[in-house]
Design a protein around this ligand. Structure first.
Ligand code: NI
Length: 200
């Protein structure tokens, strides 16, 4: 092996993967800013979108951009409902309506969902052929607009294969997300979509 080749092998082995995920959008005021920031950093993220937000105003355009940029788009129910608190019929409707709204805009089937409040019914996985994706780091970004606090909570906990939960409907969360990415990229982390993390 030439010196350059062995360096390359070491670098690949040391590559640590992490996924950053955003719930509750898209949001006309903040999601575009995030998409621009992700593009500038060459980062692909995962968005769990709310069906009624997808169909609101001009938000379809945001979803189209998200899809074109290579982000993974998942389901977060149509009205942000707690799956275990509604009937089975209602739960299925909430998920299927959202899948349809996404697919109509992006042309892609939806395979992943994040259940609001983390409440899930296992039988829906095979009934609807959808896989729930939870998280490993939750800085409770929706409880504060203190960007430093959000950034610190995430970067001090982060380790290989983590799934970070944030919300793209708050400006403070969007700014914090971009700072988190800058810090973790410098530490050698590679940001991937959740399907890539789960498959490996
Ligand atoms: Ni949510």
């Amino acid at each position: 092996l030439a010196a350059g080749e062995s360096e390359q092998i070491v670098w690949q082995r040391d590559e640590k993967k992490v996924a950053i995920t955003f719930d509750d959008g898209p949001d006309a005021k903040t999601t575009e800013l995030l998409l621009d920031g992700l593009k500038a950093r060459k980062v692909r993220a995962t968005f769990f979108v709310v069906g009624e937000n997808v169909e609101k105003g001009e938000n379809a355009q945001i979803l189209r951009e998200m899809s074109a940029d290579g982000h993974l788009i998942g389901n977060h129910t149509y009205h942000h409902v707690e799956i275990t608190r509604v009937s089975d019929e209602k739960a299925k409707e909430e998920i299927l309506l959202t899948n349809e709204a996404i697919t109509e805009i992006t042309g892609n089937e939806v395979s992943y969902m994040r259940p609001p409040f983390g409440a899930w019914q296992k039988k829906l996985e095979w009934e609807l052929d959808v896989m729930p994706v939870m998280w490993t780091i939750d800085p409770l970004d929706w409880t504060t607009n203190n960007e430093d606090e959000i950034v610190n909570k995430v970067v001090t906990q982060a380790k290989e294969n983590d799934i970070i939960l944030l919300h793209d409907c708050y400006e403070s969360s969007v700014n914090a997300a971009l700072r988190i990415i800058d810090i973790l990229q410098k530490e050698g982390y590679e940001f991937v979509t959740v399907d890539e993390l789960i498959m490996n």
